[in-house]
Ligand binder design. Sequence first.
Ligand code: NAD
Length: 282
Amino acid sequence: MSEGTSTPTTTATTEDDTLRLAVTGATGRMGRAVLDAASDRADFSVVLAVARDPATETSADFPERIEPAADLESLLDEYSPDVLVDFTGPNSAIEYAERCADSGVAFVSGTTGFDDAQLERLCEASEGAPVLHASNFSRGVEALSGVLADVLEALPGYDVELTETHHNRKRDAPSGTANTLLDRIEATRESQGDAESKGGMTERTYGREGIQPRAEGEIGVHVRRAGDVRGEHEVLLAGNDEVLSLTHRAESRAVFAAGALDAARWLAGREPGSYDFREVLA
Ligand code: NAD
């Protein structure tokens, strides 16, 4: 256990309607936001906060006691959380999902950048515990994603370009949210299959340089990394002498933390399986 922290995480028995929460990546930007959001909510009690290397990632005045991730298996046994919320990296998220599956702890992850093999392992972990992964925990992005199919169907043949902007420390590109929106755009366009959208075939084009006229069916994807932008996504549709722009901008990480906690409350106590953020908001 790590030393030198001022306020230990509570191990007290919680009231019936209070969820015992574990947080991984507790020293990260999103981990911090989740801990702050949970401390403002009466329906959560943080029983466990975990980081890869608490000795180097925390200081003496760090507000919570942070435990080392290497001990996660025994920590889950010791603190018996109802649910674990994870915002880390793809490798660690999969490991934590598997530890949660072994211990029957509900697992909520907002980590992005998984490859196909990792997504497969996440799916396998859901055989042992309820698992909910979302590339974006904001209600606004979920709403944007929900209306996208109708908008695309109303505007067949219109050119589509997606632009996303994030802070300059973000590792994966395009963002998980951009990929989720792109999957939806492609699925809708390909199901339309009309002559105006090249028989429905689409192709993602990542940025442009030199002589590169726009091809039919192309979906332009543009990634910007700057400053401390929390996350901005714009889907632009243009054609027929008009432009429609659908933009979502997260103004604080608190919006993602709130969504992840709503998902955690919804997920805890459910049967093992893979669940969707859309189900939480239904
Ligand atoms: P961050 O770099 O500030 O924090 C990441 C944390 O994870 C740190 O504590 C780091 O030590 C830990 N970590 C990273 N790799 C690890 C590993 N291999 N083993 C153990 N611990 C590891 O990043 P952040 O801004 O908090 O974002 C974290 C993740 O959440 C990213 O994948 C990001 O894209 C994603 N994210 C998702 C949403 C959403 O709504 N789903 C919102 C914001 C960020």
